[in-house]
Design a protein around this ligand. Structure first.
Ligand code: IMP
Ligand code: MG
Length: 174
């Protein structure tokens, strides 16, 4: 049995930050055609909360499923699309909604892939960033929290598919 993860970011702290991010995005995208691209599975809760914190008329939501191969908790940068967007994003303002930027390899793959679809802009909103493990520098336009180099779970993030339903971001103590 894995013990219950200890709290790193409480659900209250997350909710407050999500409200701030939503307000900033609302300001920045006034009058534009925003497409939120939620990266599955990790960002499903973040995207659901963030979408409700954005007060704009023209907001579309789509999902892109990614599986990144690696050994255990290490990303390899070899990424497979498991579920593709359901509508074209050509001439749209795309905002990628991601759970965490760790090595940056998955995000780099995603940026390269989305660029081929000719959106008018692509920005990144990530709940978490773990700068200690950067392999490709990614400029995150909207960032929830910078965290130290620990493997985190909860609020969408998993360890071997478990803990996605925790309402907070936690750390598995080893
Ligand atoms: P990257 O390619 O190393 O930047 O990270 C790719 C993916 O690995 C992220 O989108 C997450 O789904 C997953 N990941 C990275 N760090 C963690 C973590 O601490 N907990 C859970 N998943 C993680
Ligand atoms: Mg992810």
């Amino acid at each position: 049995m894995i013990p219950k993860p200890s709290v790193m970011l409480s659900s209250e702290a997350i909710a407050a930050r999500v409200r701030e991010l939503g307000a900033k995005i609302t300001q920045d995208y006034k009058g534009r055609h925003l497409v939120l691209v939620s990266i599955l599975k990790g960002s499903f809760l973040f995207a659901a909360d963030l979408a409700r914190a954005i007060d704009l008329e023209d907001v579309r939501i789509d999902f892109l499923g990614l599986r990144s191969y690696g050994s255990g908790t290490e990303s390899s940068g070899v990424v497979q699309i498991t579920h593709d967007l359901t509508f074209p994003v050509e001439n749209k303002d795309v905002l990628i909604v991601e759970d965490i930027v760790d090595t940056g390899l998955s995000m780099q793959y995603l940026l390269d892939n989305l660029a081929t679809r000719k959106p008018s802009s692509v920005k990144i909103c990530s709940l978490l960033h773990k700068p200690a493990r950067t392999r490709v520098a990614i400029s995150i336009d909207y960032l929830g929290f910078t965290i130290e180099d620990k493997f985190v779970v909860g609020y969408g993030l998993d360890y071997a598919e478990k803990f996605r339903n925790l309402p907070y971001i936690g750390v598995i103590e080893s």
